[in-house]
Design a binder for this molecule. Structure first.
Ligand code: SF4
Length: 640
């Protein structure tokens, strides 16, 4: 029996466990990436491990999220990351060089390598044939220290692409179609592996759009084969030597099959406020719009922006539309400037932003009150744009561009007839904004501004865990709810005490103070708790507030790992109906938490209601050790 490509890459990196589906395995990590909003914590944690230099093949520290400099905080973070990178052997991508995932694909990704990133859209690297996984900052710190990364051996979903995209239909529509079929909960512990005759029609940037937004499926990652298209891309990036052909064996066995016929695919859009609320653009065509934003790590490649320039050339955006574009990298922006496409965009009325995440993470360009914003991004969670009353629709660059010109939501099908835009034979290569680490780091001084506070310390698990239900929230709570991320809070990513004042505040503004006043309690939630961004702060803030356990119907993968890494008990109702019986302020207790962790099951007693709930504690043996030690850092220290 042959192997899937996923299994082949795992097999060549397996260091702990066996390739048995559902079991925990440890894999060696070749490359890591961090971005600034998760990076400060990751490097503080790396420093705490007292390892002299990173042990990966290549590690990158990007600055792309917090680039507004309204006060010294962001710049202080950048200086910390720059100095710590130089000391410990990490390449530093300066602000302005681009969004981590776009630059990683362009300049550093290698087919067949493993990549672990402290950003949930790290799977973008799957477009290049990497096994690229998003994780919490601590996991990345551990990988930088040379230890394996642990995942559940995934199931592999075969996504069979047939046909060819029509003009006006894009790879964004492919992933929106997969999201429509599989939903935001459909990918847990699965890798989506793309196969079929349609694969060879997609360029690497188009594939990267698909693997990027595979994160919205909740998947471990997504991966494309490495083939002639990959070779063309790497040759054009001056990195032909990194190419190697990779594909699933013809007789590989997959666990599920999803089919997308690109011949008949239509332009799609994800409606507010979830990436899987997908409808055909034609069904809601004519919707009045206020903003069009093009960019993000999903759709900001040279190819994307060339299509946009082609559509808007010689036209002007009407006065009711604010039109913003954030190119994905310095390479993209410089090439657009050189070939005149930038002038086309500016002439059409585009506001061109610096190369970074920008509006995707609410760093500027928040829409007006009650606005409709069309975005080529990957997430449209409630409030993420910075304007809670805004409705954000996710769609392709082609749909965004034609809608910007028409002033209402417009399907590009039949309206735009794009010429074939070929990949350039050579991209513009200039890596001067990437700073190499010092050959020996011992002399380098790490610079820590006053906003950089240590991460909250934790203690080993105690026998009795008791406290109140300090908040009861519903299904699909995202890490944006748990630890909001906006232009006002992002500068405090290295300051957990400050951030914790806003923890779960979108659900209940009084929760942070209530938790501080009643330490040791529980968060109670519904299904898919913690979906969305990988941000570890969504675990660190509850730690700071004294939360000991999170009891939910189900968890999103990365958030559950982040809770365990930080010593918070991840409890899952074996009987979902029990959730309905818990009220705010109920007194909850686990009388023998140490045995419960070892057994993988806890009895959670609701003393107020006189009820007992059976809670699954589905954790691996290694994670049990972490929970007993009060978190991964404590465990690593205790083993030294
Ligand atoms: Fe940046 Fe948005 Fe991509 Fe996150 S999803 S890396 S904020 S562009």
């Amino acid at each position: 029996m042959g192997y899937t490509l996923t299994e082949k890459i795992i097999k060549s990196h397996l260091v702990v466990g066996e390739m048995v589906k559902g079991q925990e395995i440890g894999i060696k990590i070749d490359q890591t990436l961090t971005q600034d909003s998760t990076g400060t914590m990751a490097y503080l944690q790396f420093e705490a491990m007292e390892v002299p230099r990173v042990k990966t093949k290549k590690s990158l520290a990007y600055i792309d999220h917090n680039m507004l400099q309204e006060g010294p905080e962001n710049m202080d973070d950048h200086l910390y990351i720059q100095s710590v990178a130089k000391k410990y052997g990490v390449y530093y991508s300066r602000p302005g060089n681009g969004i981590c995932h776009q630059v990683q694909i362009e300049r550093f990704g290698v087919p067949g390598d493993t990549l672990l990133g402290s950003d949930s859209h790290t799977p973008t690297g799957g477009g290049l044939g990497m096994l690229a996984i998003g994780a919490g900052g601590l996991d990345v710190a551990v990988a930088m220290a040379g230890d394996p990364y642990y995942i559940t051996m995934p199931e592999v979903v075969k996504v069979e692409l047939t046909g060819k995209l029509r003009s006006g239909v894009s790879s964004k529509d492919v992933i929106l179609e997969v999201l429509r079929q599989c939903t935001v909960k459909g990918g847990v512990n699965k890798v989506f592996e793309y196969t079929g005759a349609g694969v060879k029609t997609l360029t690497v940037p188009e594939r990267a759009t698909i693997t990027n937004m595979g994160a919205e499926l909740g998947a471990t990652t997504s991966v494309f084969p490495s083939d002639e298209m990959t070779k063309l891309f790497l040759d054009a990036q001056g990195r032909g030597e990194d190419y190697k052909p990779l594909a699933a064996d013809p007789d590989a066995v997959f666990d599920e099959i999803v089919k997308v016929d690109m011949d008949i695919l239509e332009p799609l859009t994800a409606c507010p406020h979830s990436p899987d609320k997908v409808v055909k653009v034609s069904e809601i065509e004519g919707l009045a719009i206020n903003q069009v934003a093009i960019g993000s790590c999903t759709n900001s490649s040279w190819l994307d922006l060339m299509k946009v320039a082609e559509i808007v050339r010689g036209k002007t955006v009407p006065e009711n539309v604010s039109f913003v574009i954030a190119p994905g990298s310095k390479q993209v922006l410089t090439m657009l400037a050189e070939n005149g496409a930038l002038a086309d965009l500016l002439n059409a009325g585009a506001r061109v932003l610096e190369c970074g995440c920008g509006p995707c993470i609410g760093m500027g360009q928040a829409p007006s009150t009650d606005a409709v914003s069309l975005r080529t991004f990957n997430r449209n969670f409630f409030g993420r744009s910075g304007t809670p009353s805004a409705d954000v629709y996710l769609l392709s660059p082609e749909t965004a561009a034609i809608s910007a010109i028409e002033g209402v939501l417009t399907s590009p099908l039949g309206k735009v007839n794009l010429p074939v835009i070929n990949m350039p034979e050579k991209f513009l290569l200039n890596d001067t904004m990437v700073v190499a680490p010092a050959p020996e780091g011992t002399e380098v001084e790490v610079i820590k501004g006053p906003n950089i506070k240590p991460f909250p310390a934790t203690k080993p698990l105690e026998k009795i865990v008791a406290g109140q239900a300090l908040i009861v929230v519903e299904d699909n709570i995202t890490t944006d709810h748990i630890m909001p991320s906006n232009a006002k809070l992002l500068p405090y990513r290295s300051n957990i005490p400050y951030l914790s004042n806003y923890c779960l505040a979108p659900c209940d503004p009084e929760f942070p103070q209530r938790a501080l006043d009643n330490p040791g309690g529980f968060i109670v939630g519904g299904s898919n708790y913690g979906q969305g961004s990988s941000r570890e702060h969504a675990a660190l803030a509850p730690v700071y507030l004294g939360i000991k356990g999170v009891a939910v119907k189900s968890f999103a993968r990365i958030h559950k790992n982040n809770l365990i890494n930080n010593g918070i008990l991840p409890l899952v109702f074996e009987n979902e109906a029990d959730y309905d019986t818990i009220s705010l302020g109920d007194e909850l207790v686990i009388e023998n938490a140490l045995d419960a962790v070892k057994a993988g099951q806890a009895k959670l007693i609701n003393k107020t209601k006189g009820l007992t709930y059976v809670m699954a504690l589905e954790v691996s043996e290694r994670q049990k050790e972490m929970l007993l030690a009060g978190g991964l850092i404590n465990l690593i220290k205790s083993k030294k």
